[in-house]
Write a protein that binds this ligand. Structure first.
Ligand code: 13P
Length: 250
């Protein structure tokens, strides 16, 4: 039976106290959840949330990191700083970083390589805009994001990487890709991965879906053969909505 990877991206929400309260509620709610669960609070709340999730089944993630270990990089956060707080996973290349902060595939690739070198498990986000989808460029765009994002990642390190397919038009809009549409893109991503690393490695990869995932659609999405988990935004901000997503099988 597959083990799903359900991650909550809290984005730019919650004070430290609010983050601690949500983390405590999730630790209580998800004690018996069989899936792999990760939460990614804001940087400012990582330390406090680390204390809450320590010893629980919940993995602590960051929403981003800088591409360097240390030095004169005002405003950036190093993987060393994340590890220091107990962070073990990091979301990289989210579409909000690509579009609002103009992060390129080359920059994201540098971060992926640095995260892996530092023993952090990256979630590499990919996804097309509505305009790219409607103009028939979905596969070209997503394929390039996967190939460029993984450049220089060797087969041994690949197992530490998760890919999150998040169609930009489905993020925060209430529009979910249909399970069939999402699964078709996941299958394409797996084909790209097979071309790079072989069939077996591609089959073993975890590919999450993200974009308006809710308790109501989680089971239907997860039932698809190529969907191995979810990267959840809005619905991860409350235990009452994230809990049932993580426990979609029970
Ligand atoms: P929503 O679940 O709010 O659509 O956000 C998805 C997302 O961007 C997760 O990284």
């Amino acid at each position: 039976m597959r083990n799903y990877y359900i991650a909550g991206n809290w984005k730019m929400h919650k004070t430290v106290a609010e983050s601690v309260a949500l983390a405590k509620a999730l630790v209580a709610e998800l004690g018996s959840c069989g899936e792999r669960v990760m939460i990614a609070p804001a940087f400012t709340a990582l330390s406090a949330v680390a204390d809450v999730v320590k010893g629980s089944r919940i993995v602590l993630g960051a929403q981003n990191m800088g591409p360097d270990l240390q030095g004169a990089h005002t405003g950036e956060i190093s993987p060393l700083m994340l590890k220091d707080l107990g962070v073990t996973a990091v979301i990289l290349g989210h579409s909000e970083r690509r579009h609002s902060y103009l992060e390129t595939d080359a920059l994201i690739n540098k971060k992926v390589l640095l995260a892996l070198a530092q023993g952090l498990e990256p979630i590499l986000c990919v996804g097309e805009t509505l305009e790219e989808r409607e103009s028939g460029r979905l596969e070209a765009v997503v394929g390039a994001q996967v190939r460029e994002g993984l450049k220089g990642v060797d087969a041994a390190a690949l197992g530490k990487v998760t890919i999150a397919y998040e169609p930009v038009w489905a993020i925060g809009t209430g529009k979910t890709a249909t399970p069939e549409d999402a699964d078709a893109v996941h299958a394409y991503i797996r084909k790209v991965l097979a071309g790079l690393y072989g069939e077996a490695a591609a089959k073993a990869m975890c590919i999450q879906y993200g974009g308006s995932v809710k308790a109501e659609n989680a089971a239907e999405l997860m039932a698809k053969p190529n969907i191995d988990g979810a990267l959840v935004g809005g619905a991860s901000l409350k235990a009452e909505s994230f809990g049932p997503i993580a426990k979609f099988r029970s």
